[in-house]
Write a protein that binds this ligand. Structure first.
Ligand code: FMN
Length: 368
């Protein structure tokens, strides 16, 4: 497949998020790659993997746990709650910066998507409602358990863990953090009017359901400043067996509460035609980054058009960046795109991670 961006393409224009100047508006979407060490330290290949993709306007890292209990959806996912993890993330940040790139770390707690065989802890969520899914554990595929409802004290503790992980990210030299409140993980679960059945201050009304996410954003902004903070949401996304009958009200309450903070960007996973996207777009005055979750190939023409019209400030692209480290260059000159290899998305080692060819490799091979 090939696609050539227009010479004056809005996607190729520089932009800013927070205080950061970015070379273009094509961001690398967060992509879990399951190659971290058993203790949650990013793999020794991670600096190379991310540096290869430094020509993205902004790299958003794979989802990264804010504490040990926040793990457990997939095996070998990284964290940012120990010095060893922080040191490796510092190597990643340095490698990306040396290559001219910019990078935010995506911070998550997996909530009810955890399996105790992976995390070593019981799964937790807003309410004791299980996701009707199976996950790969060290001893094969198993159904996700019914989670235990978090206490208010535990919610406050998790807010503090997001704050500490954001501090560590910035201390590691990262340009900022993206708070993961999408795709059926803990913060998204609290926003849902189906998965969240609480009757305390964190459930019930849209304002209450938005409260946990808002408190996380407020704490993290207080810790590292608004320019270094962003938020990913996916209203109506059914990933993680999520259901939201009302896909709008809690998001409106959330955006209304955090708007005055002036965070760097809001990242929305949505089809541009979805009513929830229209509602969010109308309400959000700041920079909006869109990721369109397609099952097949990215429609670059549509993304280019949305940026041209000013509907989005930037776009996030996942699998095409995974398979094409030099995606921006390929799209600029209309070069053939590598096809993502699904089998190696979550497999260990360099295969399908750091060995996707760059255009220069191909020229060298062909002329040799
Ligand atoms: C291998 C893989 C890993 C992913 N990991 C994450 C993740 O860690 N955090 C997240 O918010 N989304 C994650 N996603 C979703 C992507 O960010 C993105 O929304 C999805 O791939 C659709 O965009 P695309 O069509 O450009 O790939 C992942 C998707 C894939 C394919």
């Amino acid at each position: 497949m090939t696609f050539t961006l227009r010479e004056d393409s809005a996607l190729l224009k520089p932009t800013t998020v927070g205080a950061l100047s970015l070379a273009n508006r094509m961001f690398m979407a967060p992509l879990t790659r399951s190659r971290a060490d058993a203790d949650g330290t990013p793999s020794s290949l991670a600096p190379q993997y991310y540096a290869q993709r430094a020509s993205a306007g902004l790299i958003i890292s794979e989802a990264t746990a804010v504490c040990e209990q926040a793990n457990g959806a997939y095996m070998n996912t990284p964290g940012l709650y120990t010095d060893r993890q922080q040191d490796k993330w510092a190597e990643v940040a340095a490698a990306v910066h040396r290559a001219g790139g910019r990078m935010f770390v995506q911070l998550w707690h997996v909530g009810r998507m955890a399996h105790p065989d992976i995390s070593g802890f019981e799964a937790v969520g807003p309410s004791p409602i299980a996701a009707d899914l199976q996950t790969h554990t060290p001893t094969g595929k198993k159904p996700l358990p019914v989670p235990r409802a978090l206490t208010v004290g535990e919610i406050e503790e998790i807010v503090g863990q997001f704050r500490s992980a954001a501090r560590r990210a910035v201390d590691a030299g990262m340009d900022g953090v993206e708070i993961h409140s999408a795709n059926g993980y803990l913060l998204h679960e609290f926003l849902s009017d189906v998965v969240n059945q609480r009757t305390d201050g964190y459930g019930g009304s849209p304002r209450n359901r938005a409260r946990f996410v808002a408190e996380v954003i407020e704490a993290v902004v207080d810790e590292v400043g608004p320019d270094r903070v962003s938020l990913r949401i996916s209203p109506g996304n059914t990933a993680g067996d999520m259901t939201e009958i009302d896909q709008i009200s809690a998001y409106e309450a959330l955006l209304c509460r955090i708007a005055p903070l002036g965070i760097a960007y809001l990242h929305v996973v949505s089809m541009p035609s979805a009513p929830a996207f229209a509602a969010v777009r109308t309400q959000w005055d700041g920079t909006l980054v869109l990721n369109t979750p397609r099952s097949a190939e990215t429609d670059f023409a549509e993304l280019e058009q949305l940026a041209e019209w000013g509907v989005v400030g930037a776009v996030a692209i996942g699998r095409a960046f995974l398979a094409n480290p030099d995606l921006v260059r390929r799209l600029t000159i209309g070069a053939e795109l590598n096809i993502p290899d699904v089998v190696t998305f979550y497999a260990p080692g360099p295969n399908g991670y750091t060995d996707y060819p760059m255009l220069d490799d191909l020229v060298t091979t062909q002329s040799a």
